[in-house]
Design a protein around this ligand. Structure first.
Ligand code: CA
Length: 232
């Protein structure tokens, strides 16, 4: 979810993009001209800019250059839209500080994926992808692999998400309802009982590391603050 500024003069494309960005949960400001785009970028501080290369009043590369020169807008990631055959401008786009580009025609899905990837990077969430090491437990988030000691543990996608969600709020109790929202999604048609079943199975699979997930009676679950080791 981000506030995205769309600078694109083709009205049809702008409408389609605006619709799809909103559908994906983003807030959208739109400009049909380069100058208007720069002005909106300064006034509204969007988190992301989609910038068309060919605009009626000035080149997208020029818009990019001006945005990257202005302290108020220099940190905003920019994805440039180019048409086929604009190879030179594309390279120039990167030299000017654009973060990514897409060649028209492109799929909206691809655009949304790129936006998410750039936003994650810009928000520094990349750092969260380091492996979790906690006592005997090691979770390789990028690879979706879990180890307890030397042994790999096979988890389902939901179990994996449950484990990571619990860990990320370490030492804080999480109610069954909040786990349902965060792991299964708020619209999931399941009961809080499902959470118990999954935690139970997850603990069993984790063996000796299963104790790291603590039950807080009548409230929910909590990932331990420190690993408990055997015999201590
Ligand atoms: Ca255009």
């Amino acid at each position: 979810m981000a506030h995205i500024l769309l600078i694109e003069d083709e009205a049809d494309l702008q409408r389609i993009l605006e619709f799809n960005l909103r559908q994906a949960g983003h807030e959208v400001s739109a400009a049909l001209r380069g100058r208007q785009g720069i002005q909106l970028a300064r006034e509204r501080s969007p988190e992301f800019i989609i910038l068309d290369l060919m605009l009626p009043d000035m080149a997208g590369t020029e818009v990019c250059k001006l945005l990257k020169r202005d302290a108020a807008t220099e940190a905003i990631p920019i994805l440039m839209l180019t048409a086929k055959g604009e190879e030179v401008d594309r390279i120039l786009g990167f030299e000017l500080g654009a973060d990514d580009y897409l060649t028209k025609p492109f799929s909206v899905r691809e655009l949304l994926l790129r936006i998410d990837a750039i936003l994650r990077r810009a928000r520094g969430e990349g750092a969260l992808q380091l492996p979790i090491r906690f006592g005997k437990l090691c979770v390789e988030r990028e690879a979706h692999r879990v180890f307890v000691g030397e042994k790999e543990v096979e988890l389902t996608a939901i179990e994996f998400k449950l484990l990571v969600t619990l860990y990320e709020r370490k030492n804080r109790v999480q109610s069954r309802t909040s786990l349902l929202d965060n792991v299964w999604g708020i619209d999931a048609d399941i009961t809080t009982r499902t959470v118990d079943t999954h935690v139970k199975r997850l603990r069993e699979k984790m063996g000796q590391a299963g104790d790291y997930i603590e039950t807080i009676r009548g409230v929910g679950y909590r990932f331990a603050e420190l690993p408990k080791e055997d015999g201590s």
